[in-house]
Design a protein around this ligand. Structure first.
Ligand code: ADP
Ligand code: ADP
Ligand code: ZN
Ligand code: ZN
Length: 820
């Protein structure tokens, strides 16, 4: 073993990834190590960009030598030497879009076990053969329902959509779903020939005729006689009911336009064959404990445990026989059920008992998904690996963080190392070792301020983490503002909210709190957003927000809103083409300045010449991206620098023009701080730059691609862009856990900006777990008391001190401690 060192540490020498300033550090193995520092200080660059990247590179080199050439293209992490590094597993948040077919059951691999249970130990109808485990999966050809291909939904027409105006006659076009032009005229002639009056209003036709015209599969042929000026010879016309026509278009038409038109007359409904489970009938005929696998998939995990316990704990189980119609009383049943129970109990311990196995992974929060993956790792039996984790406490109520830490302790106890990027000081306190990076962000950070046991950080004066860890930071709390009015919602019903009444104060900053699954996101990001959006009559910005069906029986207080803004951590752009300068609009000002130089005028170049999105001025190889995508089998979407312009984005001619001695590429390479002094006298540019500095982003480079910004950075850029537009009117700002990924110093900065929005006359509502943020709110609405069916009610509401004093609220005691 050349890798392992005798002293049990990982030695890093000369790490210069991103902003790291030749970092040398020794990190213990078999320990819980916290990486701390303000946002942008370089924690991820060290933990993920250097340590994990190096472990991954070594792994690929050992299993696939042909990957070496590709890896060289991307570049190994910038580090002189790393010794003592074990293999690594990264559990990162917000990475990659999970496929829409993955679910809680597939992420945790519990679905495999459950299928095995039904296959080997289920109760079958008399005489039915035993099915393979795959037959219980809608994602396999063996198991998928024939009607809906395992999707659980089908598209079908409805009479209301096909005949939107029943007062019209057929001649006037009552059947909107029929084709237009000649084909439509033809169908009307056929209907006439069949003896149905095409001049009677639709609603006056008999129900029987209407149903037949819309839905029949019959296709009678009718002899059509020539009509004056219309048809010049007679022919046999074939009838198509409206439904048959639509289904024909959907299955056969190649024109996207025709398909889209046809889809307008359909709605997606639960598949009637499988009732939405996506499974074939023979699979749905098999039961365990009296339930089908589809029913078990829909149950909260806590109920699954109650259901399977009697199976797992039965005494005197017999050996299995393949001919018996039930395997429930066998040893196989006991073994599989017991295994399932043990695994599900870990999830219950993590506070995830309200989730069901069938829950789509796309609907899970980042924190829920990460906890599922961590719990799954616990059962993987790996040891001697380092788990690199990204803020495992994100999205967790302090009460939920406890059991997660226990699971991490168990991972460590089975012989693994934990390298955890973390901001929650209560979690950091539990670490064996702390690596604190800073002191600032970007080029002001990138140094290891301290590496050692937690207590020793107290003596490091320049560490912002130390201030917060040892209670030296200034508290955020302030005198709560009184509300200007109320938004009153009555009878709110969605997910676990059932007939909920809630009053949201206007003109103040409100935090909505509660344990995981209590209903915070449902209330704020779904119900509140949808109600206000409908009132303002604006469309959803994102597809996944669209058309949710929210039941609210009564709303008062909407009149005061003139605008709705959701500020989230979604990237500000999905390609390296968008960046800070383009997003904030300051790049428009820059391009005009370049176009106004004598040199540009002499060459006849306008502002477009200085855009990397326009062909004339940009580098032809990378088309202005500065990067080229490297095809790498295992790492999709990996970028390497452009071989022609080396990242400059422009062609050499464009770079011959300078403004204040700088090329347009030089400007994109500047930090916000540097640009702020260069553009100090240019009002159009300096306003954006100053607001970016206000939110603590002075260290970012103007041209830094959107894809390289962290979620927290993206969010603050959005807030800065909001602050910079002085607007009249009353805006409702909704934020879902804005402090995720932020160091306590950054939380303070963020809260100050949000309070500025309130000072400007707006209302801010955030879903939040961070106790500093909650303590600084004007009003708190605490949901709960538990998750899922045990939650969904308002447990306490009022200014922070009121909620802190609540005896029913799980949040209360934590908040009381923070308010001191
Ligand atoms: P932290 O994890 O402490 O928030 P990061 O390690 O993500 O900080 O970032 C450190 C610095 O490196 C920041 O200035 C960040 O903007 C920059 N950075 C991060 N990723 C990249 C990248 N892929 N290319 C260039 N700069 C980057
Ligand atoms: P919180 O934000 O407090 O963690 P959520 O609002 O996300 O809670 O969830 C409240 C309840 O609604 C939970 O029981 C959760 O499982 C359920 N739920 C949330 N989203 C969905 C969804 N897309 N489909 C089905 N149930 C959901
Ligand atoms: Zn089906
Ligand atoms: Zn290029």
């Amino acid at each position: 073993m050349t890798e392992a060192t005798v002293d049990g540490s990982v030695h890093v020498r000369g790490a210069t990834e991103n902003n790291l300033q030749s970092v040398d550090v020794d990190i213990p193995r078999d320990a819980f190590v916290a990486f701390t520092g303000v946002s942008g200080s370089g924690k991820s660059s060290l933990a993920f960009g250097t340590l994990y990247a190096e472990a991954q590179r070594r792994y690929f080199e050992s299993v696939a030598p042909y990957a070496r050439r590709l890896l060289q293209q991307v570049g190994a992490p910038h580090v002189t030497e790393i010794t003592g590094l074990p293999p690594a597993v990264a559990l990162q948040q917000r990475r990659g879009a999970p496929s829409s077919r993955s679910s809680v059951g597939t992420i945790t691999t519990l679905s495999n076990l459950l299928r095995m249970l039904y296959s080997r130990a289920g109760t079958y109808p008399a005489g039915a053969p035993r099915l393979e485990a795959e037959s219980f999966s809608p994602n396999t050809p063996a198991g998928a329902c024939r009607r809906c291909d395992g999707l659980g939904v089908i598209h079908d027409v409805t009479a209301e959509l096909m005949v939107p105006d029943p007062s019209l006659s057929i001649r006037e076009g009552a059947i909107a779903a029929w084709p237009g032009a000649w084909q439509g005229a033809n169908l009307r002639s056929i209907v006439n020939g069949l003896g149905i009056d095409i001049d009677t209003p639709w609603k006056a036709l008999t129900q029987k005729d209407r149903d037949w015209l819309l839905f029949t599969d019959e296709q009678p042929s009718v002899f059509i006689r020539p009509q004056r000026d219309r048809i010049d010879h007679s022919y046999q016309g074939k009838f198509w009911s409206a439904r048959k026509h639509i289904m024909h278009v959907l299955s056969d038409a190649t024109s996207q336009q025709m398909r889209e038109r046809a889809l307008r007359f359909t709605e997606s409904i639960t598949c009637p064959d499988c009732h939405g489970s996506g499974l074939r009938r023979d699979a749905l005929a098999v039961s365990v404990a009296g339930r089908t696998i589809a029913e078990v998939n829909a149950l909260p995990l806590s109920d699954v445990v109650a259901l399977l316990r009697p199976v797992a704990e039965q005494a005197g189980a017999a050996a299995a026989t393949s001919s018996a119609s039930s395997g429930e009383a066998t040893e196989v049943a006991v073994r599989i059920a017991a295994d399932l129970l043990a695994r599900i109990e870990v999830l219950l311990g993590l506070g995830l008992g309200y989730l069901s196995l069938g829950r789509r992974s796309t609907t899970l929060s980042a924190g829920e998904a990460q906890r599922l993956r961590i719990a799954t790792q616990l059962r993987s039996g790996l040891f001697g690996v380092v788990y690199v984790l990204d803020e495992p406490s994100a999205g967790l109520h302090p009460a939920d963080a406890e059991p997660l830490l226990d699971v991490l302790d168990r991972l460590k106890a089975s012989g693994n190392s934990l390298f955890v990027v973390e901001h929650d000081m209560d979690v950091v306190r539990r670490a064996d070792w702390i690596v604190d990076i800073g002191p600032g962000a970007g080029q002001h950070g990138g140094r290891v301020l301290y590496s050692g046991p937690v207590a020793g950080l107290e003596d490091v004066a320049e560490s912002a983490t130390g201030h917060h860890l040892f209670g030296r930071a200034e508290p955020l709390a302030h005198e709560p503002r009184p509300p200007h009015g109320w938004l009153r919602l009555r009878g709110v019903t969605r997910h676990n909210l059932s007939d909920l009444s809630v009053d949201i104060p206007l003109g103040v900053l409100t935090t909505v709190t509660g344990v995981s699954g209590s209903g915070k996101s449902t209330l704020v990001s779904q119900v509140l957003a949808e109600v206000v959006r409908r009132w303002l009559d604006v469309a959803a910005e994102e597809e996944d927000d669209a058309e949710i069906d929210v039941a609210v029986s009564d709303v008062a207080g909407l009149e005061t809103f003139s605008r709705l803004v959701r500020v989230d951590q979604r990237p500000i752009g999905r390609t390296p083409r968008s960046n800070l300068a383009t997003y904030t609009g300051m790049f428009d000002a820059v391009r005009k300045l370049f176009a106004a130089t004598d040199e540009a005028k002499a060459r006849g170049w306008g502002p477009g010449r200085f855009s990397f999105n326009v062909a004339e001025g940009r580098c032809p190889t990378c088309q202005g991206e500065g990067f080229v995508e490297v095809e790498l089998l295992f790492l999709p979407g990996t970028y390497g620098p452009c071989p022609t312009c080396h990242g400059a984005r422009y062609n050499p001619e464009t770079l011959e023009v300078t403004w204040r001695d700088r090329t347009v590429a030089d400007i994109l390479g500047m930090t916000v701080d540097e640009a702020a002094s260069l553009f100090a006298d240019i009002v159009t540019a300096s306003r954006s730059l100053e607001t970016l500095r206000d939110v603590g982003l002075g260290y970012l480079r103007l041209g830094q691609p959107a894809t390289e910004l962290s979620g927290g950075e993206a969010q603050r850029i959005k807030i800065a862009t909001e602050l910079q537009r002085a607007r009249r009117g009353h805006t409702l700002y909704l934020l879902d856990e804005p402090t995720a990924g932020l160091h306590p110093s950054d939380v303070a900065l963020l809260m100050r900006q949000l309070h500025r929005l309130v000072d400007a006359g707006n209302t801010v509502v955030l879903v939040e777990h961070d106790l500093d943020a909650v303590a600084s709110a004007d009003w708190v609405i605490d949901l709960g008391p538990g998750g899922g069916v045990n939650g969904g009610t308002v447990v306490a509401s009022g200014p922070p001190l009121t909620v802190a004093a609540s005896t029913r609220s799980v949040t209360g005691p934590y908040l009381a401690r923070r308010l001191g």
